[in-house]
Ligand binder design. Structure first.
Ligand code: SF4
Length: 143
């Protein structure tokens, strides 16, 4: 990864997770896996966020929230679906209230499968997201 001009700010939202993937996301931000060593900053504010990390499939309750968070984030932005539920709906896919994966309501850039997704895979997905973010910034600069 090339040197970055600013730290990527990351927002995590649980769209309907069983909490298994959320715990792994938390583990990534703790000292053992230490996502911050790559300059990633965790934020709760969509207006500050460059990377949106979503766990769980999208359901009738969370769909509007997911869309709103996405619309509040400044451009360019990158979305990472963490866990098979966020990728496709997973084992909850056919439930009455589930639309499916995150890409049923907003564009997804990086898919991190797994149940639960492992911290190593999540970190890999976030680093892919950082590279994509830099590409998007570069493209926006030349438009
Ligand atoms: S992928 Fe597995 S661990 Fe993650 S939210 Fe779905 S059921 Fe839970």
């Amino acid at each position: 990864m090339d040197r970055l001009k600013k730290s990527p700010w990351m927002l995590h939202y649980d769209a309907s997770s069983c909490n298994g993937c959320d715990i792994e996301v938390l583990a990534c931000t703790m000292p053992r896996f230490d996502l911050e060593r790559f300059g990633i900053i965790n934020t709760g504010n969509p207006f500050h966020a460059d990377i949106l990390l979503i766990t769980g499939g999208v359901n009738h309750q969370s769909a509007q929230v997911v869309k709103q968070i996405y619309s509040q984030m400044p451009n360019p932005k990158v979305v990472v679906a963490v866990g098979i539920c966020a990728c496709s709906g997973g084992i909850f896919k056919d439930c009455y209230n589930i639309y499916g994966g995150v890409d049923t309501v907003i564009p997804v850039d990086v898919y991190v499968p797994g149940c639960a997704a492992r911290p190593q895979s999540i970190i890999d997905g976030v680093l892919q997201a950082v590279e994509l973010l830099e590409k998007k910034k570069e493209e926006a600069h030349h438009e």
